[in-house]
Each structure stands twice: as C-alpha cells, then as structure tokens.
Design a protein around this ligand. Structure first.
Ligand code: FE
Length: 199
C-alpha cells in the first residue's frame, strides 16, 4: 500500500469536501488547475499552539484535521496584520496558512483557500476584503459575526458566507476552532480592519 503524504491527504480530503459539502460545492467547485509549487516555510508561534492543541473536536473530518496538523510545520504561516494596531496576543495566537493559492503548496488561478485556527478565548476583530468568502468549520466551534446579522455559533460541518467587503469577525470561547476558508472572485487583495476597529 502506498502511504499518502500529509499534503496529498489534505488535497484528497479537500477535494471530497468541495464535492460533498452542499454550501461549499455551491460556492466554488474544487479547482481543476491545481499544481504543486515550491514553498518556503515560515513559522510563527501560533503554529506551535496548533500542533499541540487538544480539544479540536468534535470533527466530521478527522482525517482532514489530522492532515492539516501534520503538514503545518512545512507551511508558510501568515502575518497578515503584523504592521497594524492589533494586540500582541492576537499576533501570538491567531493562526492562518494558505493551502491553495499564491503562498501555498498548491497553485490555482481559480480560487484561494486557507486554514484558520484559533485557540480558545481569542477574538479575531472585524475585518473585510473584496473576495467573497466561505468558512467551513472542520473541528471545534466558534461564534461567527457578520455585519447586520445576529452572531451564530457554528460547529463542525457548518458554514458561514461572507459577501465581498462585508465586515466580519470570529470569536472562540471555551473551544478551539479549525476552519477551511475559501476565497473566490477578487482574491488577490488582502483583508483590512473594518472602520469600527480603527483608532
Ligand atoms: Fe474574511
């Protein structure tokens, strides 16, 4: 039997997720142009927290969750908000790496996708970006906020849609959360803090 690498496992399970998850399938098909590309890993403290996180459950996708953890030391962890007024605690503990896209092990011209990880009791403040976005909770749970809507707590298998430039935020409480995030359309422009977060 040929053993799949964590990267191959991840791609396999992401393809299944895109095919089988109704909201994700409707948002964006799994891209047909995915190509392996070289990536120089970049490590941040949140990568260690993610590696050692217990309680990343429940999960409907334990194989995907475990593959995302296994490949995390080789990923380019993002520091999207480094030069902004965000608190040091958020910079230390918020985790995000790209899976398909520009700074990712797989390239595609059709979409970008990311892992987002928050340990318990962390608030990801209001932000927005031109891309349409969908979050699918892989493991754990968190409270999702979208401007103009009541907040909702989502757990594994549930999804949140954030339309282009609509401010959104994410709060973990007693549980960690691991989510798969996909961007479509105007996906080359990064997120910025929304007006309410500025000094
Ligand atoms: Fe977003």
């Amino acid at each position: 039997m040929i053993q799949k690498s964590p990267l191959e496992m991840t791609l396999h399970h992401l393809r299944l997720l895109h095919q089988n998850h109704a909201e994700l399938a409707a948002f964006c098909p799994f891209p047909d142009d995915v190509k392996r590309q070289e990536l120089i890993p970049y490590h941040i403290p949140a990568a260690d927290i993610f590696q050692n996180q217990v309680g990343l459950q429940p999960s409907n996708y334990p194989e995907l969750r475990d593959a995302l953890i296994a490949l995390s030391p080789d990923m380019l962890w993002r520091e999207t908000y480094k030069d902004t007024n965000i608190a040091a605690d958020f910079m230390e503990r918020f985790g995000c790496y790209e899976i398909i896209g520009r700074d990712a092990p797989y390239a595609s011209a059709k979409m970008r996708s990311f892992l987002v990880f928050q340990p318990p009791h962390l608030h990801y403040p209001w932000h927005h970006h031109p891309a349409d976005e969908i979050y699918v909770v892989v493991a754990g749970e968190a409270e999702f906020h979208l401007d103009g809507r009541p907040s909702e707590t989502l757990t594994t298998g549930q999804a949140a849609f954030h339309p282009s430039n609509a401010p959104h935020a994410l709060t973990s409480h007693d549980h960690p959360v691991l989510a798969y995030v996909v961007w479509r359309d105007e996906f080359e422009t990064g997120p910025v803090w929304s007006e309410s977060e500025k000094n």
